[in-house]
Design a protein around this ligand. Structure first.
Ligand code: ZN
Length: 380
């Protein structure tokens, strides 16, 4: 398969101006102006007047469904391929959540493998909210080494649904992740669901002071309340990466406001990412801890909030890295997050109003002129 995408305004996410992009099989093979290519079966996609970006990366999706806080009928459903493609997500990390009993880690692994077979690229974090971690192989190191898709471990800190490990236990876990990552040739990260109970950032400060590199510590839901956000900004000022959830858990009127605040605070822009928390439950609790309502997170919120920032006049090369290069660099996802020669052919094509038109994932046209061409196995 070969496609020549003609005359798109390319944001790689850098502003590259008007470019032709050649895709051969699953890779970006050439980028240039007025490329003259002869290849058997080459298809031309005319993208004049359109905008091309890397495929978006969402590092926090409950692909197998989450929830369950209100009993069996409140377990949220599994994600389907179309939902991802319709919002330009071509890479993702699957996570587990509150329910560590019925949402098994083998189930999560099988689901990310299924999504990768269906056409996107999916990874996962082992474990869920609880400590000690639930693993596939019996150890964190084993999961990192033996499970290709495993990028690290998920945990929740400061949430009434989680465990409350001590700083020594968090340090032990990070050591397992760091050494497991070394052995496996991966970065190895601890992906942390932050709750409202304070204390998590104090733990991070302590473990970093004891010698743990800050790059292994990855808090998410960083804008869930004002206190957490303030701590998160300080964590980023110390060189830590922070993730802002677009699908809920935000104290400001929009997650885009949180990103804007972080930019204005002078945080190193490459350290900020956004993720959707898609297909997680969005329970609402009263002050007695009783659940009073429940919703399901969507995955389109990432694109919605990126669009909000663009509408406020921020340049695409500033906004797009939140969902592309910053995520790929932060997790060492090789060949992802940038439209450059040799990288995975994951691209989105938008019209001038940032309405998504076409999606190509691993060199396969998944959506063309807003029509889905490839659907999930059970969506036909
Ligand atoms: Zn979540």
């Amino acid at each position: 398969m070969a496609y020549l995408i003609r005359s798109a305004h390319l944001y790689s996410p850098e502003d590259k101006g008007i470019k032709d992009v050649l895709i051969v099989n699953d890779k970006v093979a050439a980028i240039g102006e007025n490329l003259k290519i002869e290849l058997p079966g080459l298809e031309i996609i005319n993208a004049e007047g359109k905008i091309m970006t890397p495929g978006l990366i969402d590092q926090h999706i409950h692909v197998t469904g989450g929830g369950g806080e209100g009993g069996p009928r409140t377990r949220t459903p599994e994600i389907q391929l179309s939902e991802l493609i319709e919002c330009g997500t071509t890479s993702l990390v699957g996570v587990s959540g509150t329910d560590s009993l019925t949402r098994s880690i083998p189930n999560l692994l099988a689901k990310v493998q299924a999504l990768t077979e269906e056409g996107v690229t999916a990874w996962m974090y082992t474990s869920n909210y609880s400590y000690p971690p639930t693993t596939l192989t019996g150890s964190v190191k084993g999961d990192l080494l033996m499970v290709h898709e495993c990028l690290g471990v998920k945990i929740a800190l400061g949430d009434h649904r989680s465990s409350f490990p001590t700083s020594q236990q968090v340090m032990d876990l990070l050591t397992q992740i760091r050494v497991g990552g070394m052995i496996a040739g991966k970065l190895g990260v601890l992906h942390i669901h932050l709750g409202n109970v304070p204390g998590a950032f104090e733990i991070f400060k302590e473990v970093v002071a004891r010698g743990m590199p800050i790059r292994h510590i990855r808090p998410t839901h960083c804008a869930r309340d004002a206190k957490v956000f303030e701590h998160a900004l300080n964590f980023a000022k110390a060189g830590g990466r922070i993730d802002i959830t677009t699908g809920g858990s935000c104290f400001l009127s929009s997650p885009a406001d949180a990103v804007e605040t972080a930019w204005k605070e002078g945080i190193d822009e490459s350290l900020i990412t956004m993720s959707s928390d898609g297909h997680g439950s969005v329970p609402r609790f009263n002050d007695k801890g009783e659940m009073i309502g429940l919703g399901v997170g969507g995955v389109a919120c990432n694109l919605r909030d990126a669009r909000k920032l663009l509408e406020r006049g921020y340049k695409p090369e500033k906004v797009l890295p939140l969902l592309t290069r910053n995520v790929a660099k932060g997790l060492e996802l090789k060949g992802k997050g940038e439209v450059i020669i040799g990288n995975s052919a994951d691209v989105c094509i938008f019209d001038q109003d940032w309405q998504l038109q076409d999606v190509i994932s691993k060199g396969v046209v998944m959506m063309k002129d807003k029509q889905l061409l490839v659907k999930g196995t059970f969506e036909q």
